[in-house]
Design a binder for this molecule. Structure first.
Ligand code: AMP
Length: 312
């Protein structure tokens, strides 16, 4: 099975309590693709500038991620500047330079057209919609967005939401998108806009999924809460959400059938990949994860959230 992802491929300048990283490879599609590549084939649609060279390309190709859909344009790549101070769950955006993304017209390479799974990673909802419309036969569509797009691109985002099977967003974004302050009411209001299911990420506290009546034939009426691993050291939270999405969707795409049990395990794999991502700056950690490390951490996630039925 293969996932086609469209989203930002960027350079990030990041400041955290652990230090500063200047123009390191980042972007929502980058973090997503790396995390998902441990589970399934991944193809990327994006645009980069002259500053994106063989060193950056190798980060993708070393993980056998297909980058034939990354277009090279004149100008500079997307550049995001952010900092974390105090609350590591929330990035403060200091600058968003869309650069070559401002005029990007996505074209899907012939070889990508049979991809079964589509992921609309964080980027201008107009671009998400264009890619969606060129992939009418995909089996499943999953997506993400952020406050930047919710605030000023509401109309375009509303069109994307109608197309989604699953939307992944964080608590603050769910509340912003719905205008509700209560998480359960926010989830219902967001699902009423289109997604059949919703995954709300709570940063270091895990994630909660909500299922609407069109998911699993309406049989899953209760939400499901997946843990996050309590970590003593978070070096750089950038990309944790995208890595979560990559682990989640990568695992789903690797399974023959989508059942509630598969969905729950996928949320755990999302947490696993998110927990690796934050251990180093940028994409450093996700470039080299061993399968045994993924298996061990999955076991740890099960252990820390398991309650015996028996007493005593
Ligand atoms: P997260 O997983 O939410 O920490 O995502 C962080 C990544 O999102 C960074 O690598 C940024 O390059 C990227 N990013 C930041 N702002 C935007 C935006 N407005 N649109 C698309 N990608 C963004």
């Amino acid at each position: 099975m293969s996932i086609l992802v469209v989203g930002s491929v960027a350079f990030d300048t990041i400041e955290t309590p652990h230090g500063r990283a200047e123009k390191v490879l980042g972007g929502a599609a980058t973090h997503f693709a790396l995390a998902a590549s441990y589970f399934t084939d991944v193809r990327v649609i994006a645009v980069v500038g002259k500053d994106f060279g063989p060193e950056q390309e190798a980060v993708f190709t070393n993980r056998e991620i297909d980058i034939r859909g990354i277009e090279h344009a004149d100008g500079l790549s997307f550049h995001w500047t952010g900092e974390y101070s105090g609350n590591l769950n929330e990035a403060k955006t200091l600058g968003t330079d869309l650069n070559v993304f401002a005029t990007f017209e996505p074209k899907i390479p012939e070889e990508y057209l049979e991809s079964e799974y589509l992921f609309l990673a964080n980027i201008d909802p107009k671009l998400q919609a264009r890619v969606r419309s060129q992939m009418p036969n995909v089996k499943m569509v999953c997506g993400d967005t952020m406050n930047y797009w919710i605030a000023d691109h509401g109309e375009a985002l509303a069109e994307v939401l109608k197309e989604l099977d699953v939307l992944l967003i964080n608590d603050g974004e769910a509340k912003m998108l719905s205008g509700e302050t209560n998480m359960v009411k926010a989830a219902d209001a967001v699902m009423a806009k289109g997604p059949k299911a919703l995954v709300i990420k709570h940063g270091e506290y895990g994630a909660t999924s909500f299922f609407g009546p069109r998911m699993f034939g309406g049989t899953e009426t209760k939400p499901f809460r997946a843990p996050a691993l309590p970590l003593a050291e978070v070096v750089d939270p950038t990309g944790a959400g995208d890595s979560f999405a990559g682990g989640f969707y990568g695992y789903l795409a690797s399974q023959r059938q989508l059942t509630p049990a598969v969905f729950r395990r996928a949320l755990f794999y999302g947490g696993v990949m998110g927990s690796f991502a934050v251990e180093r700056f940028g994409t450093e950690r996700l470039q080299h994860v061993r399968q045994a490390e993924i298996d061990d951490r999955f076991g740890l996630f099960r252990e820390i959230s398991h309650l015996e039925h028996t007493e005593g």
